[in-house]
Design a protein around this ligand. Structure first.
Ligand code: TRP
Length: 336
């Protein structure tokens, strides 16, 4: 990161939620891999964020390792990028405290995700759930990230991170870069196959509409065959044809074909043909990822080598920034 041609720093995180959907893959992870050449990338498995909702410890541990393995399988290069597990880098928690004292209660109360999640889990509205966006700000600011690829559900948190950074800089002197969101040039939003007006989400009650990266071919084909369409029986991308638009978007993402090419390919053919073709293309696209994942997830030594090294490299950056922040805040230098 030296010299006048400093590459921009990208940081993003994903929670170890057990299973990643085709939507997560297309909307996030696939793009992360593509950014590696152009940017200095840091990617983390946000296990500390995960415990804001109840987790079974053994399951969290497995999900964290699986998420790490999956990121590797999806093409994140742990040599080129810094790929790490959030809880392995103590600077996040240390910076979190400092930033919490530069965040207002009122700001956090306005976060829509907090409102949604506390309504969903009224029996566990813990303080971590409330201060979650501060930890996320620490994740980002500890690396002075320039760009943060996030989905629409996280833009409010990113905006807050900018405000916190600005406030800290104003109060203690310039330290933090103000991060911007990174919008993928060809962002595609994948909708549920069962209800194409809703985003594909693993928490969907109707699991027929949700395709997972690690689904086998039969499962994928079954889900696509059941996909909701419309009664027009004409494959074209148009307003009001949510189901077909979604299938065409998915087909376009995995084959690289344009909508016009797809319309031509299915000219005079029925939706059944489209569903089969999309299902097969998705299954073919995901098959190598699934194989790679099985190989990596089974190789514990390889995994630990990578996350230990990832944490070391992440800490080298985050410790330096956090030490500066502590100094600015007036804490005595622990090195004497
Ligand atoms: N909160 C994010 C999510 O749930 C994950 C996350 C944690 C993150 N820390 C981050 C994303 C820092 C971007 C930057 O999706």
């Amino acid at each position: 990161m030296e010299g006048n041609e400093r590459k921009k720093v990208i940081l993003s995180g994903i929670q170890p939620s057990g299973a990643f959907t085709l939507g997560n893959y297309v909307g996030a992870i696939r793009n992360w891999a593509k950014l590696q050449d152009e940017y200095d990338c840091l990617y983390m498995v946000a296990d500390m964020h995960a415990i804001t909702v109840k987790q079974e410890p053994a399951k969290l541990r497995r999900n964290t390792l699986d998420a790490y393995a999956l990121l590797l399988a999806c093409g994140i290069d742990a040599k080129e990028s810094v790929l790490f597990i959030q809880s392995h880098v103590p600077a996040h928690a240390r910076l979190n405290w400092l930033l919490a004292c530069s965040t207002q209660y009122g700001e956090l109360s306005r976060m829509t995700q907090f409102k949604d999640k506390s309504a969903k889990h009224p029996d566990d509205v813990n303080a971590g759930l409330f201060t979650y966006p501060v930890l996320m700000a620490a994740d980002i600011l500890a690396y002075n990230a320039d760009l943060v690829p996030v989905g629409a559900d996280q833009t409010q948190h990113l905006e807050l991170a900018r405000n916190i950074a600005q406030r800290f800089n104003h109060r203690y002197g310039d330290l933090f870069n103000l991060p911007d969101g990174y919008i993928a040039p060809k962002g595609a939003k994948i909708m549920s196959l069962a209800d194409p007006t809703k985003k594909m989400s693993k928490s969907d009650e109707n699991q027929n509409g949700v395709v997972y990266i690690l689904d086998d071919k039969d499962t994928i084909m079954r889900k696509f065959r059941r996909a909701v369409t419309d009664s027009e029986a004409c494959v074209r991308f148009a307003e009001g044809k949510d189901g077909i638009n979604n299938l065409m978007t998915i087909y376009s993402v995995v084959t690289g074909k344009t909508n016009e090419e797809i319309e031509r390919e299915f000219d005079g053919r029925g939706y059944g043909d489209l569903k089969t073709a999309v299902g097969e293309a998705v299954a073919d696209h995901l098959a190598p990822l699934r194989e790679e994942f099985s190989r990596i997830a089974a190789d514990k030594a390889f995994l630990s080598e990578n996350y230990v090294e990832g944490a070391r490299r992440a800490a080298a950056i985050a410790d330096r920034v956090t030490a500066k922040a502590y100094k600015k805040a007036g804490f005595v230098d622990p090195r004497g």
